[in-house]
Design a protein around this ligand. Sequence first.
Ligand code: NAD
Length: 353
Amino acid sequence: MKELLVQTGVPYSIKIGRGLLCRAGEALRSVTGAGRAAVVTDSNVAPLYANRLLQCLQAAGFATSLFVFQAGEEQKRLRTIEEIYAHLYKHGITRKDVVVALGGGVTGDMAGFAAATYLRGMDFIQVPTTLLAQIDSSVGGKTGVDLPFGKNLAGAFWQPRLVLIDPDTLDTLPPRYFADGMAEAIKYGCIKSRTLFDRILEGNACEFIEELIYACVDIKRQVVEQDERDHGERMLLNFGHTLGHALEKLYNYRTLSHGEAVGIGMVRITAAAERAGLTETGSAQRITAALRAYGLPAEDPHTAVELATAAYGDKKSEGERLHLVLLRAVGDGVVHTIPRAGLAEFLQGEAVL
Ligand SMILES: NC(=O)c1ccc[n+]([C@@H]2O[C@H](COP(=O)([O-])OP(=O)(O)OC[C@H]3O[C@@H](n4cnc5c(N)ncnc54)[C@H](O)[C@@H]3O)[C@@H](O)[C@H]2O)c1
């Protein structure tokens, strides 16, 4: 088993190891004196892993309850949070108890938000079961839900007490979701580690999945420690995301998955930055090769103007300036600021100041 310590306001540990799901009880016992553990999961993950987790928690002396919601991003909304609150109330959960998020990013974001707000805040732990959740969303303390006006608009920074990552759970993950997570893994390589990127490029991530998860989580840990509340360094994690979000919007959040959109976004922004002389030549081509190695698309027919128009509403932009994450070279990300109105020109390869 590998372990990392995240030194945020309240430090917490991330444990990574095959079979950890079955040792969750003792791991949880080591960080909490809680009497009750409320497990939150979705309808796909529940039949696969919930019983195993519940039994293990019970063996460690926790009184358990299980809340299952219908799987899917559409459920990441305030109504489901109210249902979680009702479950917690009905099962007599107090501030000294613990919420356990078992599932992908949707589960973690919602269970975390419910824990951040129920009784003004209680402990929660993450047991992520998608690659995306294992390398990204379970670490860093961003919790929340979508609102009718946009994604992730209501939420809270609320760090978990513990993150337990069992790579064995990925055995049941549908391939498209695995590829989605790989897009984020490629992103980590792009912004922080050429070594990781080159290893991923070989196309056999499944063969070193535990090391891959560790390397990605370690990068996220470092970034989050430097910038817990997303005011600076953490922006690097948005590499490919401004255009990725624009593409998701252009396709009405259908057709392209988040990872697919981010992958194309990484290529488009890097190709533009290469033309502007800001990025080492050949970087976009290398990212394309890495994406293709995992069956991810790297191209899209939308024009620079269409992408820029869809991206203008990006909540990550501040005033009239737009923070773009670029690469000096693969493995070396940097935040570059341009006027918001200059994005289309930038994407067309013009130098914008
Ligand atoms: N908090 C953050 O920092 C952060 C970062 C990135 C993304 N996110 C959020 O994460 C969400 C996307 O996460 P996701 O891709 O994990 O989505 P998800 O939670 O919907 O999981 C994807 C699908 O995989 C299924 N699933 C999960 N684990 C499985 C397993 N082991 N075997 C079989 N099926 C399994 C789920 O039921 C679901 O159908 C988005 O809502 C996004 O906004 C949050």
